[in-house]
Design a protein around this ligand. Structure first.
Ligand code: NOJ
Length: 742
């Protein structure tokens, strides 16, 4: 027989006896529980253990169900389905003394069952509303499978293509990254966390995990506070501002202190400056790893440091489970510190509605009817097409339907690779077609493997070349195996692996124009490919519907509109290369100059700049018109104090088909109390134009747009001269000048 839920009784008692008004979002049930919980029960709420369903880290623990039953573990990750989460929830609710419900977390990174493109790909759509919608869909599918909590958004800015996890983020830019981070939080959490179609977001990896030295995962991070605050911190803050109620500390150290026990990050900034009121979880065994970092004596000491720094929940380390009771008893951790952590965790459980009904998210009916729906798949297909970036096209694209098409490359036939890394509970069985299959639906296809995505096997070259010779048009799909991106997937080279480029060379030698489709999760060195291929379509890992989406773009059913959210270098030696670089004291201006900041063997410019992306139509930009408060001198517009400038530009579709253009605005502050980037993204707008149509796009520039961390570390603008750039890519802009006066 089912036992009455003990916390419901407590709730009733609390409701009758709460005289003083409570601040918003405080729950009587949480107060009541804290009053009656034993020390051991409190510690149990700070423990998060993985189930044995999915492996996302180096250590497993036997007997997690027993841990739940004994009240030692209040939170579980890596388990899902309505049935299984219900089973575990029943243990927590019916078999522990207080019946506090479990919180179920999972890495729902770019979709749960319906897999969207990898996040780096999605960010290239610059379609913030569509990214929010993708997150909403992911949340509804995950929540139907009993999940309450996703470990997303990943807010790590990165300019490091060697790092495999650059694929999980929104690229190199803090402005675009912030808009995307906030949109994802809104998509996951909705307006009401207790809605059964929403899940709790987790802002990760706090902080600066995207800047590991030499691009090696988990490696040391060090940068100035100013650089950190301006170029790395904003997306985390935007996600917290959007209401995210959990944050994951990153594995890395920052300025010598592991983020897991970093009071500057967890207390000064997160709770102090931003007023974050949710809880902080470690990353997988992140607490224990402070011993290897050389920051803690042993795992017990690591637990002490983490809890005292403000880290509320231990993911999989069992440091809190094994030592926190002793640490509190010995006074090394104050009981009030533990109470505060437990309060934060229980408050989030209350916000999720788990105390009203712990089983509200486990719904086999919704799981069956709201997962992988036609609408979800349609959204994934559109997003996949929007995320693709046409890097080069000499006119071979779009291809023609009905013509004999050679489709070459192991990746063209792979359904699995389409899903990318961190594919949630996405299964290859749900992928309807590979790229080759999808092309086969619109044109007669001869498929040849040609080359695998790794290894030295050239035995397929001959038949691939023969297929290309006989075909009217040739598509070559090359790139990275999906396991070569994501966590623990750093590379020391950013070339296309194996013999794939050699195959491209051979195919190009046939004289046939080759349309290359790239599947990969990082900026690659495409210097050879960009010369050999007639067209280059960066398709990333495009998800469940990726096969169709690639065909949609190749054959022109969808006009490509993606723009790079990350710079593509010419070679690894240029790294880091990003659009917001400083001028230096010796900028490279004179072609023959020796003592200027340059390379002898490659240009300074990247191969494909941030913001770059072609279309099957063309766009023309008018000159910029600036309207402001006054004209300080003829032709010079001035922005004054709290006023605003309006920058206007007219964009015309000069081609013969409808297309979407992302109009980008960049700014340069010419002289500052600290040096400023030569170009920095400050605004953008997507416009869809019919052939011949013109649209006026306006951007508002205020003092906030010009603000930065000045020499004294205050945030604000400085008077002086500015340059404004507007265009379709960071390296293709119109310019105007203005002044700012206080
Ligand atoms: C480690 C990863 O760094 C993190 O992103 C992920 O959420 C956790 N493992 C849980 O799987």
């Amino acid at each position: 027989m089912k036992k009455a839920l003990p916390f419901l009784l407590l709730l009733a008692a609390a409701a009758c006896s709460s005289p003083a008004p409570k601040p918003a979002k405080s729950y009587p049930i949480v107060d009541s529980l804290l009053k009656v919980m034993t020390l051991e029960e409190k510690v149990g709420q700070t423990v998060l253990l993985t189930s044995d369903w999915t492996v996302t880290g180096p250590s497993m623990r036997e007997g997690y169900l027993e841990d739940i039953r004994a009240g030692r573990c209040g939170n579980i990750f890596n388990a899902y389905t309505a049935d299984y989460t219900r089973k575990m929830q029943e243990i927590a609710v019916n078999e522990t003394r207080l019946g506090i419900p479990l919180l179920f977390g999972y890495d729902v990174i770019h979709g749960f069952r319906t897999i969207f493109p990898i996040n780096l790909g999605m960010s290239c759509s610059w379609d913030v509303a569509a990214i929010e919608e993708a997150s909403r869909i992911a949340a509804s599918e995950a929540a139907a499978a009993g999940l309450h909590w996703t470990y997303s958004p990943m807010c790590d800015i990165s300019v490091e293509p060697r790092w495999g996890r650059i694929s999980e983020g929104a690229g190199e830019d803090a402005y675009l990254g912030s808009l995307i981070a906030a949109a994802m939080v809104r998509g996951y959490q909705g307006d009401d966390l207790s809605d059964v179609r929403t899940v709790l977001a987790c802002v990760k990896h706090y902080a600066a995990y995207g800047a590991p030295q030499a691009g090696r995962d988990y490696n040391t991070v060090d940068m100035s506070e100013r650089w950190f605050r301006e170029f790395y911190l904003p997306p985390y803050m935007a996600a917290v501002d959007a209401g995210a109620l959990s944050v994951m500390a990153s594995f890395n150290e920052l300025d010598g202190v592991p983020a897991t026990a970093n009071p500057h990050l967890l207390q000064d900034i997160l709770r102090g400056e931003w007023g974050f009121r949710g809880f902080v979880v470690s990353d997988y065994t992140g607490i224990n790893e402070m011993v290897m970092h050389g920051y803690a004596e042993d795992v017990e000491d690591a637990g002490r440091l983490a809890m005292n720094a403000g880290l509320d929940m231990d993911m999989q380390g069992a440091s809190y489970m094994d030592y926190m009771v002793g640490l509190v008893r010995s006074g090394k951790v104050r009981s009030s510190t533990l109470d505060a952590a437990v309060r934060r965790i229980l408050t989030v459980k209350a916000e999720l509605g788990l105390f009203d009904d712990p089983f509200r998210y486990c719904s086999p009916e919704r799981e069956a009817s709201e997962t992988l729906t036609e609408a979800n798949k349609a959204a994934a297909r559109k997003m996949a097409a929007e995320s693709m970036v046409l890097l080069k096209n000499d006119g071979v694209l779009p291809l023609q339907k009905g013509r004999r098409t050679a489709v070459i490359g192991a990746l063209a036939a792979s359904k699995d690779d389409l899903l990318g890394s961190w594919r949630g509970a996405g299964q290859v069985e749900a992928v309807p077609v590979s790229i080759a299959d999808a092309i086969g639906e619109v044109a007669p296809v001869v498929y040849a493997e040609g080359a695998k995505e790794m290894g030295e096997d050239r035995s397929g070259f001959a038949s691939a070349i023969a297929a290309a010779r006989k075909a009217d048009q040739v598509v070559l799909v090359i790139g990275e195996n999906c396991n070569w991106t994501g966590e623990a997937a750093s590379r020391s080279s950013i070339n296309i692996p194996g013999v794939q480029t050699e195959l491209l060379e051979k195919l190009a030698a046939t004289g046939k124009p080759i349309a290359v489709v790239l599947l990969n999760g990082r900026p690659l060195d495409l210097s050879k490919e960009s010369e050999l291929a007639s067209a280059l379509l960066e398709a990333w890992f495009p998800g469940t519907m990726g096969g169709y989406a690639v065909a949609d773009v190749l054959f022109g059913d969808f006009n490509p509109c993606g723009k790079l959210s990350v710079t593509f270098p010419r070679n690894l030696g240029q790294v880091p290369v990003y659009h917001y670089a400083k001028n230096t004291g010796r900028p490279y201006i004179h072609p023959e100059a020796k003592y200027e900041s340059r390379y002898l063997d490659v240009p300074n410019e990247p191969l494909y700049a941030f913001g770059h992306g072609l279309s099957y139509t063309s766009f023309e930009y008018s000159d910029i018109t600036l309207e402001g408060d006054s004209r300080s001198e003829p032709g010079m517009t001035e922005l004054k104090g709290d006023g605003a400038l309006t920058a206007t530009i007219t964009v015309t579709n000069t081609g013969s088909r409808e297309g979407t253009e992302t109009v980008q605005m960049y700014i340069r502050d010419l002289v500052g109390s600290v040096t400023r980037p030569v170009k920095q993204l400050k605004g953008f707008e997507r416009v869809t134009l019919a052939p011949g149509e013109s649209r006026t796009v306006s951007f508002t520039i205020s003092a906030e747009t010009l603000s930065f961390y000045r020499q004294d570390m205050t945030w604000g603008p400085e008077p002086g001269s500015f340059k404004l750039f507007i265009g379709g890519s960071s390296d293709n802009t119109k310019e105007a000048d203005f002044n700012y006066a206080e």
